[in-house]
Ligand binder design. Structure first.
Ligand code: IVH
Length: 702
């Protein structure tokens, strides 16, 4: 049934080709797959189904193993190694910003100004291109002789950051221009975006993984572009629209109008916005802006306005620039989207530190392309100020980069008859009396030890990627562990029993084993990560690193005086006091001791952990039987060299080490384009990482 997917059959077919035929087939498939990529990611009009695509992709990989890969091969989009940092990226011509217009009068003034500046050259009516103002992150992409050679973010307009490794992973970006005689060099500019559906899906997966969801698509784009690991970026569904050009050198002459030039970009294989339209005069522009405003709600991505550009490129040249913006274009910003809906009630959620946050439950409503059913009400003062009552009609606002807000109540006759929202005096989760410090707007549940809401949040925080990074500890699992009393404090994670865990909903033996393996692996986390995991108030990743670097060991930190803590570079009086208060609490000390008893090593910063080794931060997955190393041995040595061993393959995996009879993990690695290595390559990596010096004994024995 799965014959055509059988790698052996495909492998045999590829192996039977002579070298010339293999290279020819490779070229054919590279072109084919690039074509289908364009159909799918740029035109949204696929010609083949996903499975057929995957099969062709697999075949191409096999061919490339024999004949090498072409630079524009779809397999070459995702680099295998993360960067150490982002290099600067200089723009040959500055990336400008746009002046704003806020009314039709200001648009008319813009039109008048253009005519006046053009004088005798002004046409009777100026043709304008009106485009959606895409709410993403601006980037420049440089192509030389048709090949993508670099990409940089806008930065300050002169110099941005080199994000080539991330932009290459965007399937809507051609790695080669579809042009037999491309320009010698061309830079296109445009907007990197998430479409709302892909964004929502990505956030759902993050939450299920115990990771914090992104606040909004735009921030998520900015964060993704700065990712050092292209494999993480590749797993996120970014897209790209071209909206302008930097420079064009050589090649066929470009059309005289901006609209015509964008049509060339579309022929080259780029996404160009389908709602761009040429209109005539200020009136035409105003009418089109209004149409786009209507369209806005239904668009699959966020726009925050419209851009009006003089279409004739010669006129653009005549109009020129002022400081940072062109005189031939203007941005019309839409006001933040507001809608009315019914307030169904006000709830109160309890966070990790016990802070109680009021939440508005809304009848679901679409604002700016996303469905909103709750809004943060911040604190008691805000609820009182708005005088929110269940049943009220409320105005909800959402502008690009902020979470939905309840702006006000729409007054109606029934409002006074509705009962005012009562602020709880007891914790909605555990019933403890809430407290409010004089100097704080926040109300807190003081029961930091047993309140289930705080415990759930504390465990999620402990297991989060930037803290202890517990593989397999998703939100649903945490909820069950707490609800069933299996975990009453974070250290209980280390005493979980595989039989008991397997009995949880949506768990099987295998996932339970994976979770316990994930927990086990955290015992070797460095001190700074454990400090983040403990959830010390005011201590994030940077402070935890400062503390770990200064004290070296957990014992030295526990022995520190308040004054000493406050004197550390990067810590200061407020944070120092908070850390001291936390560590002086006998209950916290007891918990730290329990973690130690469970085997958490609080690995000292100064220990010879192959600092900066090739394996630091790398995640390995082992599959199949390795020729000489036992599983446990391989795992121990990878971890000793600073790497991590995970039980399942994901886009985060750095390497899959495959031995004999490797199974589905190998297939998954191939599908996700995770590099697959054998034992010999692993030993090379260990050697290069300096592991030999750290565990000479082991190697002498082996
Ligand atoms: S044209 C010289 N067109 O808005 C003008 N910009 O303030 C070059 N933007 O960061 C830009 N949609 O990236 C242009 N259709 C569009 C746009 C657009 C969004 C961004 C642009 C820049 C900002 C300008």
């Amino acid at each position: 049934m799965l014959d055509d997917l059988d790698p052996a059959a495909l492998g045999a077919r590829v192996a039977a080709l002579d070298p010339a035929a293999a290279a020819a087939r490779r070229d054919h498939l590279t072109d084919q797959l690039n074509h289908h990529n364009h159909r799918y990611h740029v035109l949204a009009a696929p010609e083949i189904d996903d499975r057929t695509y995957d099969l062709l992709y697999r075949e191409l990989e096999l061919l490339e193993a024999r004949a090498g890969a072409r630079a524009d091969s779809p397999t070459q989009r995702v680099g295998a190694t993360p960067l150490d940092g982002l290099a600067p990226f200089a723009h040959r011509t500055p990336m400008l910003s746009l002046a704003n217009a806020f009314s039709s009068d200001e648009l008319a003034e813009f039109d008048q100004r253009c005519k006046k500046l053009l004088g005798d050259d002004a046409p009777g009516v100026i043709a304008y291109m009106v485009e959606p103002k895409l709410d993403g992150v601006a980037c420049e992409l440089v192509y030389e002789r048709g090949a993508l050679v670099g990409a940089g973010s806008r930065g300050d307009g002169q110099v941005g950051e080199d994000v080539t490794h991330v932009v290459r992973t965007i399937r809507a970006v051609p790695t080669r221009l579809a042009d037999a005689a491309p320009p010698d060099r061309v830079s296109v500019r445009g907007e990197v975006l998430f479409e709302l559906e892909g964004f929502a899906e990505m956030n759902r997966a993050r939450v299920a993984n115990g990771e914090r969801p992104f606040e909004n698509p735009r921030n998520a784009v900015a964060g993704t572009l700065r990712q050092l690991d292209p494999r993480i970026a590749a797993a996120r569904p970014l897209t790209f629209f071209v909206h302008s050009f930097g420079e064009v050198e050589g090649g066929a002459e470009m059309p005289p109008a901006h609209s015509g030039q964008l049509a060339v970009a579309a022929r080259w294989g780029f996404r160009v916005n389908e709602h761009n339209q040429v209109v005539h005069g200020a009136e035409g522009a105003v009418a089109r802006i209004e149409e786009l405003r209507q369209l806005r709600r239904g668009l699959p991505y966020e726009i925050d306005g419209a851009v009006v550009k003089v279409d004739d490129v010669a006129l653009q040249g005549a109009l020129g620039f002022v400081t940072r913006s062109p005189r031939w274009a203007v941005a019309y910003k839409y006001p933040p989207d507001q809608v009315t809906t019914v307030l169904e009630g006000v709830g109160f959620s309890v966070g990790r530190t016990g802070v109680v946050t009021p939440v508005a439950f809304l009848r679901p409503v679409k604002v700016g392309g996303v469905t909103v059913s709750r809004a943060n009400l911040h604190n008691a003062d805000q609820v009182a100020r708005l005088d929110l009552r269940a049943g009220d009609t409320v105005v909800v606002e959402r502008s690009g980069d902020v979470i939905p807000q309840v702006v006000r109540v729409v007054p109606d006759d029934a409002h006074p008859t509705r009962p005012p929202t009562a602020y709880p005096e007891r914790c909605p989760e555990c019933g403890a009396g809430l407290v409010r410090a004089d100097d704080e707007a926040a109300t807190r549940c003081p029961d930091t030890l047993t309140c289930p809401a705080q415990l759930r949040a504390a465990i999620r925080h402990f297991g989060a990627r930037h803290a202890m990074d517990v593989d397999g500890l998703g939100e649903k699992i945490v909820d069950q562990l707490v609800a069933r009393g299996m975990v009453r404090r974070v250290s209980d994670l280390y005493t979980l029993d595989v039989d008991v865990v397997s009995a949880l909903e949506r768990m099987g033996r295998k996932s339970a084993e994976n979770l316990l393996e994930g927990v086990e692996a955290t015992k070797a986390r460095p001190l700074n990560r454990v400090l983040v995991g403990l959830g010390i108030p005011q201590v994030g990743e940077a402070t935890a690193r400062d503390l770990a670097r200064h004290f070296g060991t957990i014992d030295a930190l526990l022995a520190a005086s308040e004054a000493e803590l406050q004197g550390i570079n990067g810590v200061g009086p407020v944070v120092g006091a908070a850390v001291h208060r936390f560590l002086a609490d006998p209950l916290k000390r007891d918990e730290i001791q329990r973690l130690r008893d469970a085997g958490v090593q609080f690995v000292p910063e100064a220990a010879p952990r192959a600092v900066g080794s090739a394996l630091t931060g790398k995640t390995f997955v082992l599959t199949g039987t390795l020729p000489t190393l036992a599983r446990d041995e391989a795992k121990r040595r990878i971890e000793a060299a600073g790497g991590k061993v995970a039980s399942s393959v994901s886009a985060k995996t750095s390497f899959v080490v495959a031995g004999d009879a490797a199974g589905s993990k190998l297939d998954k690695a191939v599908a996700l384009q995770v590099p697959v290595i054998d034992e010999a390559a692993l030993l090379d990596l260990l050697e290069a990482s300096g592991e030999t010096q750290l565990s000479k004994g082991t190697r002498a024995e082996g």
